[in-house]
Design a protein around this ligand. Structure first.
Ligand code: AMP
Length: 323
């Protein structure tokens, strides 16, 4: 299938790359890595990335200005399983051909060519495999961008999704392009002190249920007190892994700018995406999200996840003393 995608890229002079709303480093990596490789391999093509930019991930490069879709345009959607979550693309019918490259569990077919590997560690890994297995070119900048995506989505190889494959591919990438990993880690992980202070607030105020769900509702007022935005809690959710008392943790954040409530959920055991799907959300087995209208709407979601944890603990043969 990679050859089919390569042939489409070769064939089209106008290419738009799209990724999911609520951008994260992996979605940035897959879109920027792919764009820069297409331009390196075929310098005359027009390649733009759709969607809203993010100051936080400015180290990936500058965003393109959205422009009207030209005739005969190829759309490549990365890291996004369904049309509902594609950022910055109004009408799919305007594109002559559509390609999907994704590592989420399958939700919906919307592209002519769909490459889905839900065992891949990240969308960046899929792009890397695509570049490795076709005549597409790569350089140090593209390798660095893909490195950021893989490192971020695997949380430095913490999860078991094809970990050996991801490690081998990354080791080869570091060696071949002589990557300065210390410098690259600094770009990816450096953060403002106010976010660390917010992390302290979250740690102090997490509510723990008897079935080991920890949750917090973060109002706009709190975000303002800490001088952070609604994306900040989601950026640090990975830091709450491996806490004895917590199996599933949920950050519910008021997003006044977008007039909705962002929910980020993580798990170190129970499967959470099927529950998230019931609340206008979805994602991976152990990393999911949802969008709600009010803070109160989070209560049934929290209760459902509590029930999921209860069942999980029972299946694991763990007696809950508080039961
Ligand atoms: P986040 O907590 O925003 O980092 O998201 C974790 C995972 O859940 C990512 O794979 C997202 O693509 C997915 N996700 C987040 N929000 C939603 C949503 N509203 N609907 C479906 N999937 C989501």
């Amino acid at each position: 299938m990679f050859n089919e995608i390569y042939e489409l890229i070769k064939q089209y002079d106008n290419i738009i790359i799209a990724r999911h709303i609520g951008v994260d480093p992996d979605a940035m990596a897959a879109s920027f890595g792919l764009k820069n490789s297409i331009l390196l391999t075929f310098p005359k093509k027009s390649v733009k990335i759709a969607g809203t930019g993010s100051n936080r991930f400015g180290y990936f490069g500058k965003y393109d200005k959205p422009e009207a879709v030209r005739e005969h345009t190829l759309l490549i959607v990365v890291d996004t399983p369904d049309t509902r979550r594609i950022d910055g693309i109004e009408e799919l019918t305007k594109y002559e051909k559509i390609v999907k490259m994704d590592h989420h569990p399958f939700i919906e077919k919307f592209a002519d060519v769909e490459y889905i590997d839900d065992q891949a560690s990240s969308a960046a890994q899929i792009v890397l495999e695509f570049l490795n297995e076709t005549p597409m070119l790569m350089d140090n900048m593209i390798a660095s961008q893909l490195f950021w995506g893989i490192i971020s989505d695997t949380n430095r190889f913490m999860y078991s999704n094809s970990i050996t494959k991801a490690m081998h591919l990354t080791a080869d990438l570091i060696k071949k392009y002589d990557l300065d990993v210390t410098k690259l880690y600094a770009s990816l992980y450096a953060r403002p002190l106010q976010e660390v202070r917010l992390e302290g607030y979250i740690a102090q105020n997490l509510v723990l249920t008897e079935n080991h769900v920890a949750y917090i509702k973060i109002t706009d007022k709190v975000l303002q007190e800490y001088h952070v935005d609604a994306a900040s809690p989601g950026n640090m959710i990975g830091n709450f892994n491996y806490i004895d008392e917590i199996l599933v943790w949920i950050f519910v954040t008021e997003d006044v700018k977008n007039n909705n409530i962002r929910v980020s959920i993580r798990s170190r055991g129970p499967v959470i995406n099927t529950t998230a799907e019931k609340y206008n959300g979805g994602g991976h087995k152990f990393a999911s999200g949802a969008k709600l209208k009010t803070l109160d709407e989070a209560d049934p979601l929290i209760n459902d996840l509590d029930a999921v944890c209860k069942k999980y603990l029972k299946e694991q043969g763990v007696e809950n003393n508080e039961d």
